[in-house]
Design a protein around this ligand. Sequence first.
Ligand SMILES: [Zn+2]
Length: 135
Amino acid sequence: MRRRGGCFVCDKPCFESRTVYPQEHPRAGQPRSGLVVNPAARRAQLLLAASGHTAMVTICETCEIAPEALPALWRRAVANGALELDRDYRRSMGMKPLSPAEEVEKRDHFHLMLYDVPIGALGSEAWSDYLARIE
Ligand SMILES: [Zn+2]
């Protein structure tokens, strides 16, 4: 199973958790949200073929995105994302259950993504540079 916040190419964790569940929660002390990025990780912009939109993915300090690998990497990322539709997975990750309407919306979203395969990377920047810019 994919680690949350892992590299788009190799799955190496690029995030670390900032907050944990409170004492009264059944998952007390376990990671919750507020992910802090590994400063060496990079944000890469992908150009999507069907919609013309861009998508941001995180890659670790050692990976490069080979254009010929993009379709398979994209399918894997979409499949990992679609895991969020699974109730048991959501529970295990401490995510709130989806309403039926949210479930339909997410399912449609992942279905569209599956056919909106990236045709190339437009560039990348270090997460640390990005964070310094927006703060
Ligand atoms: Zn990597």
